[in-house]
Every structure is written in structure tokens, then in C-alpha cells.
Design a protein around this ligand. Structure first.
Ligand code: G6D
Length: 352
């Protein structure tokens, strides 16, 4: 399988490289080493039309100035950490307050805002782009020298995989995800409101006004958060549930997955026939329906607007460091972290 590499732009004098992997079906994934950002993902619709299905930009300046985490790797810790502080092994750590009094998505210069080392590998039926970053002790306030590796792999079976690997010489925190905004209509023809989502999840995490978890886990039963039998995304926009209203109409919530690696997350666009099946090692997925997407910048020539994309951020439950009832994401000293999330890029007529 073919990988093409080119210079996407420069940050000061440092080149930012772009990689495009193309498979035998014309499926393409383009990513850059700034934030390991996926800038384009091209897949066929049910009529074979190859179109882009993610929000992104075709130039570096727009990523630097206007990106609400389009397509990037988020960490060391995705989501919000309340009060931008945490205690670990008897020590208190202070983090950047980059969203009011809280810490969001790894801080001012987290994984999403740095140039990673990059390389690629080509094989007959798959190709990968490998990103590495050495996060020094104290980077963005986190303890431990953390060696990170993120590998994007595309196969000839239209499967895209992300493998996350991390190892630290001191106990630290690690809760990493990819923040792609998907839109299966193709070239952003429509919002995602008529996309249907089916998820193996019985519970979701209640948020407060700062969009931090309250610590309460709610049942999805009889709410617009019940995706077990599939429903349109617009259910959350039309819902009067206080949690849908709190986030501005839609979703911005962690869902607790009740199963892994059994098609636990299934997004479909009836009109294009495109589907996206997500399987993950992770215990939760933050579903964010771009409720805060502003119209400040066109996206591939399309006016940006609310609900133009949906994020399916597989990860540990946010702010778990402050909630003993949430599964922890403490990375023990010298114990490697390894997690895989798979995305199967399909169409409704085919059987996976
Ligand atoms: C908003 O609350 C949302 C986050 O979940 C999202 O990651 C960010 O926008 C891009 O802050």
C-alpha cells in the first residue's frame, strides 16, 4: 500500500510533514505530524463516490489559529481536570488553567499542539504512520518522563486503527484519545443531525455547568441518551433533558461502554449509505456533537456550523482522578500503556 509524504507547512523553521495512505479501494487517510492530526479521510458512499468524512483544514495556519481540536491526538489527559490540579502519591500537581479554572485536553501545549517525530511503513495490505514524542517530566505540569507512540494504520479491508502506547519513568496520568469530527454525508454536504448512532452503553456521565463530571452516572433508559437500539443524533438536539440543554443542544458526554470489540459504536448516514463502526479497548467514549463549533472559519469551503461533525473520543472516563467511582487512568511507573481503537469504514449494503 502507498504512502505519500509532503511538507504541509512550517512552524518557525521546523517542517510539518503530511502523510497520505491510500488503499486499493481508494480509501485515503491524510495526517500531519502537528498533533498527529487527521486532516482528511476519504471513503466511498453507496454509489462509490469518494468524499471526505472528517472536519479539517488544507493548511497549517488554519490549524494553528482556528482548530477546535479537529482530528488531533489529545493528551496527556483528554477532557477536563477540575481545578487544574490533582494529587498523586502524596504530591499535589498544578496544571495549566486553559479553560476558566479547569484544565482542558492536556493544557496550552498538550499533545495536540506539538510536532511529533514521524515515519511510515508500507506493506502489501496495510500501511502505517508512526508518531513518537518524548514528554519530559513536568511538561504541562505532569510528572514523569513519558515516551509516547501513536500509530495510524490503514488496511485494504477499509479498517483504520489507532494504537496508543506510553511508558513513564514515574507514576503519572495518561488518558489519550483522537478528536476527529466525523461527518459521513461526504464533503460536509449536511450536518450530522440525521446520522444514526447505535451504541452498547447503558450509562452516561452527568456533567455540571463547567462540563465537568459531577461524579453521578445516569441510566440512559427513557432518555435521548439511549442509543442501544439506534437513534438519530437530532434526538439530543430536540430533547428537553437538562443534560442535552446544558451542553447547548446535543451531546458532549462520556458514555460508559458495556462491551468492547463487538461493534460497540456504530454511526451511519442513511442518505450516503456510509457507516463507521468503532471498536475499542477503552471503557468509555465521549460523544461530542460540535455544539460549540463557531462559524468563524470555512472548512474545506463549507461554512462551519453547529452539529457539522460528531466526535467519538474513546478514552477513560474524564476527570477520573477526582472520582474514585470512575475507573482510574493512573499510569504506573515503568508499566507500559497500550490501547487500540479500530474504525471500520463501511457502507450499509455490505456485511462487515
Ligand atoms: C468543547 O466541551 C467541548 C469539548 O468536549 C470539546 O472537546 C471541545 O469543545 C473541542 O469544549
Amino acid at each position: 500500500m502507498k504512502v505519500t509524504k509532503s511538507v504541509f507547512g512550517y512552524i518557525e523553521d521546523t517542517p510539518v510533514y503530511s502523510y497520505t495512505i491510500t488503499n486499493v479501494n481508494g480509501v485515503e487517510v491524510t495526517c500531519i505530524d502537528y498533533g498527529c492530526t487527521i486532516t482528511r479521510m476519504v471513503t466511498p458512499d453507496q454509489k462509490g463516490r469518494l468524499e471526505n468524512i472528517v472536519l479539517g483544514f488544507d493548511n497549517l495556519e488554519d490549524y494553528l489559529q482556528h482548530s477546535p481540536y479537529f482530528g488531533c491526538i489529545v493528551g496527556r489527559v483528554a477532557g477536563r481536570i477540575g481545578g487544574a490540579t490533582f494529587d498523586l502519591e502524596g504530591k499535589t500537581y498544578s496544571l495549566a488553567k486553559n479553560e476558566g479554572e479547569n484544565h482542558l485536553h492536556g493544557g496550552e501545549k498538550g499533545f495536540s499542539h506539538m510536532i511529533w517525530n514521524s515515519s511510515y511503513e508500507e506493506d502489501i495490505n496495510r500501511a502505517s504512520v508512526i508518531f513518537t514524542h518524548f514528554s519530559s517530566d513536568g511538561e504541562e505540569g505532569y510528572p514523569g518522563n513519558l515516551a509516547m507512540k501513536v500509530t495510524y494504520t490503514l488496511t485494504n479491508d477499509n479498517e483504520f486503527m489507532i494504537h496508543y502506547y506510553g511508558k513513564s519513568d514515574e507514576t503519572t496520568l495518561l488518558n489519550v484519545t483522537n478528536h476527529s469530527y466525523f461527518n459521513l454525508s461526504g464533503d460536509l454536504k449536511r450536518t450530522v443531525l440525521d446520522h444514526t448512532l447505535t451504541m452498547k452503553s447503558d450509562q452516561f456521565v452527568e456533567l455540571n455547568e463547567s462540563l465537568l463530571p459531577t461524579g453521578t452516572i445516569l441510566d440512559v433508559e427513557d432518555t435521548a441518551f439511549d442509543f442501544r437500539n439506534g437513534q438519530a443524533i437530532k434526538a439530543g438536539v430536540e430533547s428537553n433533558h437538562p443534560q442535552n440543554r446544558l451542553v447547548g443542544g446535543g451531546y458532549d458526554h462520556p458514555f460508559i461502554l458495556s462491551a468492547n470489540h463487538c461493534e460497540e459504536i456504530y454511526l451511519a448516514d442513511p442518505e450516503s449509505g456510509r457507516t463507521l463502526t468503532v471498536e475499542t479497548d477503552e471503557k468509555s467514549v465521549v460523544v461530542y456533537t460540535a455544539n460549540q463549533l463557531s462559524d468563524e472559519k470555512e472548512i474545506y469551503g463549507v461554512p462551519a456550523r453547529k452539529h457539522l461533525g460528531i466526535c467519538l473520543e474513546t478514552q477513560g472516563v474524564p476527570d477520573a482522578i477526582h472520582h474514585p467511582n470512575f475507573p482510574a487512568w493512573i499510569l504506573e511507573k515503568n508499566k507500559p500503556f497500550s490501547s487500540v481503537t479500530k474504525y471500520y469504514l463501511g457502507i450499509t449494503s455490505e456485511q462487515k
